[in-house]
Design a protein around this ligand. Structure first.
Ligand code: F6R
Ligand code: MG
Ligand code: MG
Length: 364
């Protein structure tokens, strides 16, 4: 069995919250190389989207392994030191705890991990989001694994025809539920369509029971009880054969869906699919970005990466996202560009409400 662990955090931005300093990535590579030499990891790849560093690690220790999580935590601590030295912005921003206690979950970084038997050829796609939040993958995962208008294989390929099981998490009440697609999609969408509360954690093949996708559902604001940055989620998808083809996995992102995040984590905006070269959100700190790197696994080794959205076929989506961004921006401080009061990550509301509390008069 092989485990793919993607653990990510924002430990300092360059410049502001827009991108990642190369020294931070170098320091992460050095740390993970040591873990590889020590045989904690089989292989690793360090990547980024905006101001978040993504550690893509393979090993044979299963999910929630203490040594792998400790490796990631210490890598983020080293990155924070680099960020402090260079006075990068928001050094250590996502590290919400002072001491590692065995598992990185609940400590700030996001994690998406899956364990499986590697197939003779195992294509995997790692999605990296910035300026958005956990739950943003709900719509693309629905399209990949449940929508026949996206995934032709659901209709015409025998291994996909039985459908998929979705594991949906209620991130507020910390509980989970399994829904079978296609027969339960109407009920499932009642929950999934509200991604700030319900997030798809994993998807399984109904034919084999094999895991096909996993996403990070860690909500920083719920962990910290206050705004500390957006979750900027990760998602890993296995592809081909019993799973959607690479092109079916990528297809949902040809439509720049509206997601929560953007400026101060308090706005709605289009999710723009970009190559790594363009994974530097700058307009109004956005619009939110999604990058994807692909690998072939070879006995746990990561053969790659391939920069999947570095393809002119996504130009129309990028152009449309830029146009939607323009249109949304013209709403300024008004909803639905600005998030509803209870969803905003930054707010002056309690203070302003207090200031004017005595001025409200009853209506006639
Ligand atoms: C959103 C984000 C940025 C910051 C904004 C203000 O996820 O990271 O939009 O929220 O740049 O940042 P501060 O308050 O750190 O000046
Ligand atoms: Mg940041
Ligand atoms: Mg970020």
């Amino acid at each position: 069995m092989v485990t793919v662990s993607v653990i990510k955090a924002d430990v300092g931005g360059f410049v502001g919250h827009s991108s990642m300093h190369p020294d931070l990535q170098t320091s992460a590579r050095e740390e993970l190389e040591v873990a590889k030499q020590k045989k904690i990891l089989i292989d690793y790849h360090v990547s980024y989207c905006g101001d978040d560093v993504f550690l893509i690690m393979t090993h044979d220790r299963g999910v929630n392994d203490e040594q792998v999580h400790r490796t990631a935590w210490e890598t983020f601590l080293k990155g924070t030191e680099v960020a402090r030295k260079l006075h990068l912005y928001g050094a250590g921003q996502d590290l919400l705890s002072d001491a590692f206690s065995g598992n990185i979950r609940g400590m700030g970084p996001g994690s998406a991990e899956m364990e499986f038997e590697e197939r003779p050829s195992e294509p995997i796609l790692v999605f990296m989001g910035d300026k958005t939040s956990a739950g943003a993958f709900n719509l693309p995962l629905y399209k990949m694994f449940a929508d026949p208008f996206n995934t032709a294989g659901l209709v015409i390929a025998e291994p996909l025809h039985a459908g998929f099981t979705f594991e949906v998490h209620d991130v507020v009440n910390h509980q989970k539920i399994l829904f079978n697609a296609p027969e339960e999609i109407y009920d499932m969408l009642v929950f999934m369509g509200s991604p700030s509360r319900y997030a798809v954690k994993a998807v399984y093949s109904r034919r084999t029971g094999e895991i096909g996708a996993v996403s990070s559902t860690d909500k920083l604001s719920l962990i910290a009880g206050r705004y500390v940055g957006k979750d900027d989620p990760a998602c890993v998808v296995r592809s081909q054969g019993d799973f959607p083809a690479v092109g079916e996995v990528l297809e949902p992102f040809a439509m720049p869906a509206i997601v929560e995040g953007w400026m101060r984590g308090s706005h709605q905006g289009p999710w723009m699919p970009v190559s790594l070269a363009d994974a530097h959100p700058s307009r109004f700190d956005g619009p939110p970005r999604i990058a994807c790197i692909g690998f072939q696994l070879a006995d746990g080794k990561l053969v790659g990466p391939q920069d999947m959205f570095d393809d002119p076929a996504y130009e129309p989506a990028r152009r449309q996202a830029a146009e939607i961004a323009d249109y949304m921006r013209r709403h300024g401080p008004f909803e639905p560009h600005r998030l509803p009061l209870e969803e905003m990550e930054y707010t002056t509301m309690p203070a302003v409400a207090k200031k004017h509390a005595g001025r409200w008069e009853p209506l006639e």
